[in-house]
Design a protein around this ligand. Structure first.
Ligand SMILES: C[S@@+](CC[C@H](N)C(=O)[O-])C[C@H]1O[C@@H](n2cnc3c(N)ncnc32)[C@H](O)[C@@H]1O
Length: 251
């Protein structure tokens, strides 16, 4: 079972999210082992301070190396091993479904949340294996990123969702976006569900879904098609809706 530890100044914020819905149920059922470590519990300072002013000119506070380091030591001691350490930061590589898949196969992840102006570089240099961002913008703290990461990695772990098809047929798994989906009623506000998905012909439905997935990707995120694994039939279909293959990159 995947273990995920989150080092944070706001464990109650993380717990509130990670106790709800599918991830909360998976934790209760024993498919995921997630723990939050309150960085303030690991200070040597009697006032439980975790931050100080940065060296050099500039405003704001920076998280100190020592409480971050002690929190990591506590997690290693409690779990009995060294985790893969991820620091959530706008400077990291952007999180992708592909990386989430790889991370879901690890044994133990430790996610470090910064706050204020960030974290003293020395502890990053000493314990962090990987820096991840959830997008090219700046948040007040790493918690939202850590929650995004724990959710998207956690749902890929065995037992969390009903079966693998719950995520292998979704957007970004194979580089494409998902086809449109419909539920009851068959007609809503005058719009009927496409006839082809109601007629029980599984081969025809599979082909329709593939084509709709290609079309959706072409319309919403055409750049994804450059990296997706497309067969000749896919390319033929895409050409009929206006796609042209990029064989050469502009210099
Ligand atoms: C205000 S930010 C610090 C930004 C830092 N001074 C910089 O310019 O790179 C405070 C904390 O929020 C988190 N954070 C902010 N934006 C993030 C993002 N896009 N992805 C992941 N974490 C982020 C990081 O943990 C960071 O230490």
């Amino acid at each position: 079972m995947l273990k995920i530890d989150i080092a944070t100044l706001f464990p109650e914020m993380c717990e509130a999210v990670l106790s709800a819905s599918i991830i909360g149920r998976a934790r209760k059922a024993g498919y995921l082992d997630i723990a939050c470590f309150h960085i303030r519990d690991y200070t040597a300072d009697k006032h439980r301070n975790v931050d100080d002013t940065p060296y050099g000119p500039g405003k704001g506070m920076l998280m100190q190396a020592d409480p971050m380091y002690r929190t990591w030591e506590a997690a290693c001691a409690r779990r009995g091993g060294r985790p893969h350490v991820i620091y959530m930061t706008p400077q990291g590589k952007t999180l992708t479904q592909e990386r989430a898949k790889e991370l879901s196969q690890m044994e133990h992840l430790y996610i470090m949340c910064g706050h204020y102006e960030g974290v003293d570089q020395r502890v990053i240099d000493e314990i962090v294996d990987e820096e991840l961002s959830i997008g090219d913008y700046v948040l007040t703290g790493g918690e939202l990123g850590a929650l995004v990461l724990a959710d998207c990695v956690g749902r890929l772990c065995p037992g969390v969702l009903a079966d693998e098809s719950c995520f292998t047929e979704e957007s970004h798994w194979d580089g494409l976006l998902e086809y449109p989906q419909y539920t009851k009623p068959a007609v809503w506000h005058g719009a009927a569900v496409p006839e082809i998905i109601t007629n029980g012909n599984h081969a025809a439905i599979a082909r329709w879904r593939r084509e709709m997935s290609l079309k959706t990707t072409f319309e919403k995120r055409p750049e994804l098609l450059e990296k997706a694994a497309l067969n000749e039939k896919d390319k033929w279909y895409l050409r009929t809706i206006g796609w042209t293959e990029q064989t050469e990159k502009e210099p």
